[in-house]
Design a binder for this molecule. Sequence first.
Ligand SMILES: Nc1ncnc2c1ncn2[C@@H]1O[C@H](COP(=O)(O)OP(=O)(O)OP(=O)(O)O)[C@@H](O)[C@H]1O
Ligand SMILES: [Mg+2]
Length: 242
Amino acid sequence: MQDTIITFRLPKSPISEAFRNMRTNITFSDIDNELQVLAITSTNKSSGKTTILSNYAVALAQSGKRTLLLDCDLRRPKIHKKFELSNNKGLTNILLKEIEVINGIQETEVPNLFVISSGPIPPNPSEILASRRMGELVAELKNNFDYILLDAPPVGMVTDAAVLSSVAEGYILVVAIGNCDRDGVRYSLESLAKVNANVIGIVANKVPINKRSGYYAYYSAYEEDRVLNEKTKKKQLKKEPI
Ligand SMILES: Nc1ncnc2c1ncn2[C@@H]1O[C@H](COP(=O)(O)OP(=O)(O)OP(=O)(O)O)[C@@H](O)[C@H]1O
Ligand SMILES: [Mg+2]
């Protein structure tokens, strides 16, 4: 598994705590209708979708929920790389009925966490994702997993993310701060609204350190205290008679 899966590598770190908070916030976002199928998308490419979704999936699995990561990015699939799995067979083979669903599900190092990688990249990703077979597959998977997480391409560039609205019960929009403007975010939200997508929240990623606030500010302050304490200790040591 790659080092960017912090929730696995460093489960006690503040970053892992942030993913656990995300889990709590999403659970409370709609208490009456538990959101079982969530999709992640972004305004621009390389915003951190796959990294965030993979960390979130580990946090869910660690809480004892049977979780499935389904790579629906049929243009730049990366989930298998994050978990160092094969991508010989996956979603596209299942949808083409070349393999049984069960044979497309891979185990990961994390108990309760499973992956269906993209499979071979098809020439027509949007049509494949919008197919009736895709709807049937997700319905079948819902009977076997507590949560199904869909990794999708950016919403602004191709229609793939929007066409998943027929199966995704909620969307998370990732915005990489500094890599996108207000109009881009507005356009993404409008594109998702057009297909009645239920956007449950926005994750601000790649936030420059001096713009961080809240928990991170607290953490930095804590870190500062630690550094100051160490400096004071060193001074005290120097003052001590030999
Ligand atoms: N908060 C962060 N701080 C620093 N680097 C990050 C952060 N989040 C993601 N990255 C890095 O940014 C790069 C892109 O991340 P990732 O592949 O998750 O984005 P993506 O939105 O899925 O990209 P794509 O549009 O290709 O699907 C990776 O190298 C990842 O390690
Ligand atoms: Mg990605």
